[in-house]
Design a protein. Structure first.
Length: 584
């Protein structure tokens, strides 16, 4: 073995042992060891062996000792390098490994809503809850001005936010300036498209210069990022009007941030779920035309389910993440949240595409409306997921009844597809190896994203200090060996291959939103999903949801099928029973 190959092997062994020795045995005292004030001993290595599941001999430990201590010195050196959250690792996740190059094209524009005969709603509330597909022709025909619409949404945001806690920062000055500009352009005949003049909100992990980007977290409350997130830039180019930055569960987990718990507009004593907490709450409550959320492991699907909004989690890499807080480089995704799937399609058309600032972002064709008739699509489903007894997950009679309601709603969703003439195909999702067993990939990358926060003790300032929250999970992530992380990603490749086989037989499939581990599976494999309301619980009137999942880069067919299903129902048109305090 040459010295060139022996050196990396020694380093790998050293890293494996030092993770256990530095973190598991001594906690943050690993820095002291690295500074040379102490040295690891064979006994320390022995105590750390449990983390790798490998037992070394006494001779092995003595031979490893020099390399382990050298590695610790190297770790100490690289920990002195300050790394901004915007700097990614030199590794890129590709959701379709081993496949031929997929066709590439410039981002395709949608067909504009051409309906000049559309009537202006009679009340401000009706206007506020109107979908983008209605607002766009109203703005284009100048029956409503962007300035008027912006003021309506700003007023609603100010009136309802004290109840919902969905706003972190208002961008009022910018919004009114952008709205006035949109009115001038539309009046002069320079129409940019269906988002021109539409007020929107950005999840507050999306950077907008001049305004705080707090990530919902105490240590970053005063942070103002210098870059403009690509998604914000593209929406500005499309003529959309940014009115607010919405709450994000602290560092993209849950609905609790330093300002409190964001509320579900259907049930104010309940959180909106997260981490796109404010975006889903605001969209569902008619406070914005649409919003932007992000998802790593459910952060679009979950709050949309809770709040009764419609959301699209695109294929991994479809939308640039430049300027958005990095949590897990191989799983983070950006997508639209709105009151209808058609609105999500119009927003997606404006924000997808390659970006030199994000090597993971790609150009792939997108047609809207899709030329495919829904009856020509093969739509899969897993019968067992619709038939399982969900009441076992409920503790009280009310919870069990709510789960029965949800199951009945999901069954009715299948019936609606059949009534639309869809060919439903029975499928089986990959179960072995288990997606859940490798979901610590997220923990490892998140711990790396916020390594310095853990090491300098600022994790103690986060709001939630419980076992099931980031501070504790970041600390646990310090103990994940690199070998196990890489092994998990190799198993992930097997999962992606299995999913390719499943998707070879169908264009998309439908599942209960939390059924069969589909949420974890598809976030790991990078497949796109749409979530939308499919009914309400009889116990408290809160929404339930159904999820459609498409092929990689298959958003055209996915959104087309979801929109056809949604237009055959009226659940997305229902409004939460919010009561605002009187003006003034």
């Amino acid at each position: 073995m040459s010295s060139e190959t022996a050196w990396p092997r020694r380093k790998v062994l050293a890293a494996l042992a030092s993770v256990g020795a530095g973190s598991a045995v001594f906690g943050r005292a690993v820095v002291t060891l690295a500074e040379g004030k102490d040295k690891l001993t064979p006994g320390m290595i022995e105590k750390a062996e449990w983390i790798s599941g490998v037992k070394y001999s006494s001779a092995d430990r003595k031979m490893m000792l020099e390399g382990v201590n050298e590695a610790l010195a190297d770790y100490a050196k690289i920990r002195t390098v300050r790394i901004d959250n915007s700097v990614p690792p030199a590794l890129w996740f590709h959701p379709a490994p081993g496949t031929a190059t997929l066709p590439s094209s410039p981002p395709a524009g949608p067909s504009w809503p051409e309906n000049p005969a559309v009537s202006r709603p009679s009340t401000e509330d009706d206007l506020a809850f109107a979908p983008v597909t209605t607002l766009a022709p109203l703005l284009r025909s100048r029956k409503v001005s962007a300035t008027e619409l912006t003021k309506i949404y700003l007023d609603r945001l100010h009136r309802f936010d004290p109840s919902l806690l969905c706003v972190v920062s208002y961008t009022e000055e910018m919004a009114l300036d952008q709205a006035a500009g949109a009115d001038r352009e539309i009046a002069s005949g320079r129409y940019r498209g269906p988002l021109h003049g539409i007020p929107w909100a950005a999840k507050d992990l999306i950077a907008v210069p001049g305004y705080p980007t707090t990530w919902g977290s105490v240590p970053y409350k005063s942070q103002v990022r210098p870059e403009t997130a690509t998604v914000a830039s593209l929406l500005q180019q499309a003529g959309a009007v940014l009115v607010a930055k919405t709450s994000v569960g602290e560092l993209a987990w849950g609905d609790v941030w330093y300002g409190g718990m964001t509320r579900n507009p259907w049930k104010l004593e309940e959180g909106s779920s997260g981490s796109s907490a404010g975006s889903a709450s605001a969209a569902a409550a008619g406070l914005v035309g649409f919003a932007i959320g992000t998802e790593t492991l459910g952060s679009i699907v979950s709050p949309c389910t809770r709040c009764g909004a419609s959301g699209l989690r695109p294929t991994f890499g479809r939308v640039s993440r430049h300027g958005a807080m990095a949590l897990c480089w191989s799983m983070d995704k950006i997508g639209p949240i709105a009151r209808s799937i058609e609105d999500c399609a119009l927003v997606f058309a404006a924000i997808h595409g390659a970006d030199p600032h994000d090597p993971s972002a790609v150009d792939r064709p997108f047609e809207w409306p899709s030329p495919r008739d829904i009856r020509s699509l093969r739509i899969g489903y897993v019968p067992a997921l619709f038939d399982e007894d969900r009441t076992r997950f409920g503790e009280t009679d009310a919870e069990k009844q709510g789960l029965r309601d949800w199951q009945a709603n999901d069954q009715r969703a299948l019936d609606t597809l059949r009534q639309l003439g869809v060919q439903l195909v029975e499928i089986k999702l990959p179960q072995d190896p288990s997606a859940g067993s490798i979901s610590f990939i997220l923990v490892a990358e998140a711990a790396a994203s916020f390594d310095e926060l853990t090491r300098d003790g600022r994790d103690d300032t986060l709001v939630r200090q419980v076992a099931d929250a980031w501070p504790n999970v970041f600390r646990q992530g310090q103990l994940i060996p690199a070998v196990e992380y890489i092994r998990a990603n190799r198993i992930r490749t097997l999962l992606m291959r299995d999913m390719q086989k499943v998707m070879a037989d169908v264009d998309l499939y439908v599942t209960p939103s939390y059924g069969g581990g589909n949420l974890t599976l598809t976030n790991l494999t990078g497949h796109p999903s749409v979530v939308m309301p499919d009914g309400f619980r009889s116990t408290d009137g809160t929404p339930t949801s159904i999820t459609f999942t498409g092929r990689l880069y298959g958003e055209s067919e996915l959104l087309s099928a979801a929109a056809a299903w949604q237009n055959a129902t009226d659940y997305h048109q229902k409004r939460p029973p919010l009561v605002a305090p009187p003006r003034g």
